[in-house]
Design a protein around this ligand. Sequence first.
Ligand code: AMP
Ligand code: MG
Length: 303
Amino acid sequence: MKIFAIISILFFSFTLAGCEPRLYRDKQVMMGTFVEVVSPDPRAAAIAFNEMKRIEKLFSLYDPESELSALNRDGEVKASPEVIFVIQKSIEFWEATQGAFDITVAPLAQLWGFKDKDFRVPGDEEIATARGLTGSDKISVNLTESMVKLGLPGMKIDCGAVAKGFAVDQAIAAVKHEGITECLVSAGGDIYCLGGRRGSPWIIAVQDPGRRGFKGTLRLRDRAVATSGDYEQFFVQDSKHFSHIIDPLTGYPADGGIASVTVIADDCLTADALATAFCVKGKSAVAGLLARFPGAEVKFIKR
Ligand code: AMP
Ligand code: MG
């Protein structure tokens, strides 16, 4: 659970001397994190939460009725356009990152105990077996029949690295559809800033992981920001730190010495996926990946 998100939002929800309209602020626990909506329009939060609940129902691995649970159980599913979109986008990120971003990493994450919080360091053979079940090239999407299939028995998908960003984008699209022009949606560090905060940019503070205080502030308007880090979910064994972000190429938790990565992009799905990918690939991947996703910017904080 991303309870300790390192991006905090700085904003001022009080009315200054009664001369400005107030900002409405609402918070709910959803998708395993705190979701917060801030807007001068009182309708924004309900619209955003409804849309995000709809998306959560499609992607949740805790709900046996979700499309993703059905896919993991049966190896195939007739999927909604939203699930097909996110899976296709994820395959694109898999290609762009030479396999470092991989939604089929679930059997590895489970092996290391991140699914059931029963952490352990697995043996080489177990890792090799689980690695054999990964690879987004083994997912097939049939657009005419809206079918998604997994190529091997035992393969499983986990969209945890990208679904929150997508849900934020969907929430923003829904509030925009109702004519709302200023709104911030934050799902535990995955944020989209629609328009400004009463005309000025939204101010986002990037917190220093493991320390008090902030690393700096971002001033954003019509942009998304997402943060991933190995400080969020990890376990320590024999003084070694094992992160919940797995390098699918080795089968081991990513270990680039990075405490957190913050990515700014035009949409939150891209920011979310790239932030996870940079945790695996490290700084050496910046030039290549930003050339492929030109609207994006990245900031690293070392462990
Ligand atoms: P995030 O917090 O967005 O960085 O997503 C982290 C989550 O994505 C993990 O808890 C896993 O469920 C999943 N995950 C772990 N490693 C990877 C990877 N290499 N590619 C895609 N998803 C991953
Ligand atoms: Mg992510």
